[in-house]
Design a protein around this ligand. Sequence first.
Ligand code: AMP
Ligand code: ZN
Length: 114
Amino acid sequence: MDDCLFCKIVKGEIPTDRVYEDETTLAFRDINPQAPHHILVIPKEHYQGIHDVPTEKADILGSLFVAVGKVVKELALTDDGYRLVVNSGKNANQIVPHIHVHIFGGRSMTWPPG
Ligand code: AMP
Ligand code: ZN
């Protein structure tokens, strides 16, 4: 989508600190980190929410979470743990309408989330 921030990042029109990339998925550091490690993992194809991905495109979601696994291993977050968050829609404060998995790591976190 032309006016989508994360589609612009995929196209290289906006610079980011990329930590992982493959054919379908991109991971980069959040510009406003909320933890020592705060990474966003996105499918390169534009969908607003997980619920918008059609069954025949389910591979996109599989690849997304395989990439998450690679990133947390690469950043050595698996021993101490990490949190994944996918905000969806206004009640969850989704600001960027392009699926993204937040990875938070490097500090302990509280539960329940706000
Ligand atoms: P959400 O509220 O789940 O939609 O989160 C969107 C995230 O995108 C926020 O954590 C922002 O800090 C992050 N963000 C916005 N613009 C950029 C950018 N240019 N590069 C990296 N992260 C960004
Ligand atoms: Zn997009």
